[in-house]
Design a protein around this ligand. Structure first.
Ligand code: B12
Length: 259
C-alpha cells in the first residue's frame, strides 16, 4: 500500500495515527481537531516563531482530520500570509519573517502534493503559472495542489514567464485548463495584451483560460480576455468540476487533448 493510500485511509476512517513519522509526517501530529476557524492564527504564530515543525503539524493535523487542500490553502495558509502582509505593512514583523514564511509554506505545499496519489494517466491536464515580472510563487503552487486533489493532472510551470513560452506550452501540451496567476501587475496594458495572447492560444487549442490573483481588480478585469475568473481556490474547484462534468457528459471519453 502506498503512503498516499495509507494517509487517505486514515483520513477517511478517522483512525488515530499511531506512528506519523513512519509516514513522513511530524512525530506529534494526528491529534488535531481539524477546526479550520483558528488554523490561520496558528499557522501565522508558528511562522512568526520560525517554528517549521509547528507549521507542518498544524497543516497535517488539518489534512488528517479530513480538511481539503482547498480549505487548507484558502483558509489556513493564504489567510496567514495575508496577515503577514498586514503585519509587515504596520511594521510589526521583520522582512526575514515574511521571507521565511514563504519558504516554509512553499515546502509544506510540496509535502502535501507528495501525500496525494499520482493522478490517473487519462485525467485531464491543467497547466499554469505567472507572467514576468510577477514575483509571487505560492498562488500557482496552491492552484496545482487543489487541481490535483480535484483529479486533474495539474502542473505549475512556475513564475517569470514571457507570454510566448506560455502560449507554446498551451500549443504543445494541449491542457484542458490553463491558469494564470496575477499577484502583481506592473504594466496593465502589457498584461492585457499578454492575456489576449494566451486566451487566443487557449481558444485555438481547446483550453479554458482561468485567471485569478490579488492584482486583478475589477477595473483591470474589464480590459482582459479570459474564460473564467476565480476569487479563490474554492471557486476554481467548482469551475474545474463543471468542466469535468461536461467532459463526462460529452461525446468523447478520451483523456487526451482538450476539445
Ligand atoms: C510574501 C510577499 C511578498 C514576497 C513574495 C515572494 C514569493 N516568492 O512569493 C516578495 C518579497 C516578492 C514581495 C514583494 C513586494 N511586496 Co509583497 N507581499 C507578500 C505577502 C505577505 C504574501 C503573498 C502571498 O504569498 N500570499 C498568499 C497567496 C496564496 O494569497 P493570494 O495571492 O491572496 O491568493 C489567493 C487568492 O487571491 C486566489 N488566487 C491567487 N491567484 C490565483 C490564481 C488563480 C488561477 C485562482 C483560481 C485563484 C488565485 O487564491 C489564493 C488562495 O486563497 C503579501 C500579503 C498578501 N495580502 O498576500 C504582500 C503584499 C502583496 N506585498 C506588498 C508589497 C507592498 C510588496 C512590495 C512593493 C514591497 C517592497 N517595498 O518591495 C514588493 C512588490 C513586488 C512586486 N513586484 O509586486 C503589499 C501590496 C500592497 C498593494 N497595495 O498592492 C502586500 C499586500 C502586503 C501589504 N499588506 O502591504 N511580497
Amino acid at each position: 500500500m502506498s503512503r498516499a493510500s495509507v494517509v487517505e485511509y486514515l483520513r477517511s476512517t478517522g483512525h488515530p495515527v499511531t506512528a506519523p513519522e513512519l509516514l513522513g509526517l511530524p512525530a506529534t501530529c494526528g491529534g488535531g481537531d481539524g477546526v479550520i476557524e483558528h488554523a490561520a492564527e496558528r499557522v501565522y504564530s508558528a511562522l512568526m516563531d520560525l517554528d517549521d515543525e509547528r507549521v507542518r503539524r498544524v497543516i497535517f493535523d488539518l489534512y488528517l482530520a479530513g480538511r481539503t487542500m482547498v480549505e487548507i490553502c484558502d483558509r489556513a495558509i493564504a489567510t496567514a500570509m495575508h496577515e503577514i502582509g498586514r503585519a509587515w505593512e504596520a511594521g510589526r514583523i521583520e522582512v526575514y519573517q515574511e521571507r521565511r514564511a514563504v519558504e516554509v509554506c512553499s515546502s509544506v505545499i510540496g509535502e502535501l502534493r507528495r501525500l496525494r496519489a499520482a493522478p490517473l494517466p487519462d485525467a485531464p491536464l491543467a497547466l499554469g503559472g505567472a507572467l514576468a515580472p510577477d514575483p509571487y510563487t505560492l498562488a500557482s503552487q496552491m492552484v496545482e495542489l487543489v487541481l490535483l486533489e480535484a483529479g486533474w493532472r495539474a502542473q505549475s510551470l512556475g513564475i517569470g514567464h514571457p507570454v510566448e513560452t506560455l502560449a507554446s506550452a498551451i500549443g504543445a501540451k494541449r491542457p484542458r485548463v490553463f491558469w494564470l496567476t496575477a499577484s502583481s501587475v506592473e504594466n496593465p496594458e502589457q498584461f492585457a495584451a499578454d492575456c489576449r495572447r494566451l486566451c487566443g492560444a487557449a481558444r485555438e487549442h481547446g483550453a479554458a483560460l482561468v485567471v485569478g490573483g490579488r492584482a486583478l481588480s475589477e477595473g483591470l478585469r474589464r480590459e482582459l480576455e479570459y474564460h473564467a475568473y476565480c476569487d479563490n481556490l474554492r471557486h476554481l474547484t467548482s469551475f474545474a468540476e463543471s468542466l469535468h462534468l461536461a467532459r463526462k457528459a460529452g461525446p468523447t471519453q478520451d483523456g487526451g487533448a482538450a476539445g
